[in-house]
Design a protein around this ligand. Structure first.
Ligand code: 0O2
Length: 269
C-alpha cells in the first residue's frame, strides 16, 4: 500500500486518539477541580504502528480492504487507575457517555488470560469529523490498574523479544509475577480509604492555595500595595501552620475582601 494511502486511513484515527485522550484527561481535571477523587489516574493514547497493523493482517489473514473492519484497535486508549475498584467506575462512566457507543466488552480481570494478563477492554464506535465529513471508527479502551499495567508492559516486551517462543522459565516467572500483582492490588485496596483521604486533602489544599494566590494577584491590581503585602504575610503565616481549616477560613475572608474591591471598581467604572 502506498504511504499516502496509509496516511488517509490512519489520519482519522490520530484525530480520534487526540480527542479521546483530551476527553478522558478532562474527566481527571473535573474530579480534581471539584475536590473529588478521580477514578482515572493517567491516560495514554496511541495509533497502532503500520508494522503492528501489518503483523496482525498477516497473523489473521486479513485482506487490506477489510483492515478497518477487522482490526478493532487501530486507535487505542489506555486508562490507568490506582485501584481495582476504580475500574468499574470508569466502565460505568464510559457506558453513560453519549459521544461513544459500545461495540463489545471483555473482562480479563474476572477472567484472567492464561498468560496472566488482566485488563478490562471496551471497543467503542466513535465519530470524528474530517475535511471529508464525519467518519465513525472503532477504538479500543484498555482499563487497568497501575500494577496490571506494569505487568502487561513487561510481558508485552518479552513477547516481542521471543516472538511466541518464550522460554518456559520466563513464562513461569511472569506467571508468579502476575499472582503477586493480584496480591499487591488487593493489599492496596485494603488501604484505599487511607490513601484516598490523604490524596483528597492534598487536592483540597492545592485548590485552596491556588484560589488564595489568584486573589492576592488580583488584589495587587486594585488594592494598596502595603495592604496586599500584609495579606501575603498573613497567608505565609497560616500556610506554615499546616492547618487546612485555618487556610480555608483565610481563603473565604480573602474572597470577601476581593468581592469588596470588585464592587468598588464597578461603582467607579
Ligand atoms: P498490541 O501490540 O498491544 O497492539 P485482537 O488480537 O485485538 O484482534 P483479541 O486477541 O481477541 O483480538 O483481543 P484481545 O485479547 O482483547 O487483545 C487485544 C489487546 O490486548 C492486545 O493487542 C494487547 O494490547 C492486549 N493483550 C491481550 N492479551 C495480552 C497478553 O497476554 N499480554 C499482554 N501484555 N497484552 C495482551 P495486540 O494487537 O495483540 O498487541
Amino acid at each position: 500500500m502506498e504511504i499516502q494511502m496509509w496516511r488517509e486511513i490512519l489520519d482519522p484515527y490520530y484525530l480520534a486518539v487526540d480527542e479521546l485522550t483530551v476527553k478522558f484527561n478532562h474527566i481527571i481535571r473535573e474530579h480534581r477541580n471539584f475536590d473529588r477523587y478521580s477514578p482515572i489516574e493517567q491516560v495514554i493514547g496511541r495509533v497502532k504502528s503500520i508494522t503492528s497493523i501489518l503483523e496482525k493482517v498477516q497473523k489473521k489473514n486479513i485482506a487490506m480492504e477489510e483492515l478497518e473492519e477487522r482490526i478493532d484497535d487501530i486507535a487505542g486508549i489506555r486508562i490507568i487507575c490506582q485501584f481495582v475498584e476504580d475500574i468499574d467506575k470508569v466502565v460505568s462512566i464510559i457506558r453513560n457517555r453519549k459521544d461513544m457507543r459500545i461495540k463489545s466488552e471483555k473482562d480479563y480481570i474476572t477472567n484472567m488470560k492464561p498468560s496472566g494478563y488482566r485488563s478490562y477492554h471496551i471497543i467503542i464506535y466513535y465519530e470524528v469529523n474530517t475535511i471529508n465529513g464525519p467518519k465513525e471508527l472503532k477504538a479500543e479502551l484498555q482499563i487497568r490498574t497501575l500494577a496490571m499495567n506494569f505487568w502487561a508492559t513487561i510481558e508485552h516486551s518479552l513477547q516481542y523479544k521471543y516472538k511466541g517462543n518464550m522460554p518456559s522459565h520466563i513464562r513461569g516467572r511472569l506467571s508468579n509475577a502476575s499472582e503477586a500483582i493480584i496480591v499487591l492490588d488487593e493489599e492496596m485496596s485494603s488501604v484505599r480509604d487511607e490513601i484516598m483521604d490523604a490524596q483528597n486533602s492534598f487536592q483540597i489544599k492545592d485548590n485552596i492555595v491556588s484560589d488564595i494566590l489568584n486573589n492576592i494577584q488580583n488584589l495587587y491590581k486594585v488594592a494598596n500595595k502595603r495592604e496586599v503585602m500584609k495579606i501575603q504575610d498573613e497567608f505565609y503565616r497560616i500556610y506554615s501552620k499546616e492547618d487546612l481549616e485555618a487556610l480555608a477560613h483565610f481563603s473565604k475572608q480573602l474572597d470577601i475582601i476581593s468581592q469588596g474591591y470588585r464592587a468598588q471598581s464597578m461603582i467607579y467604572t
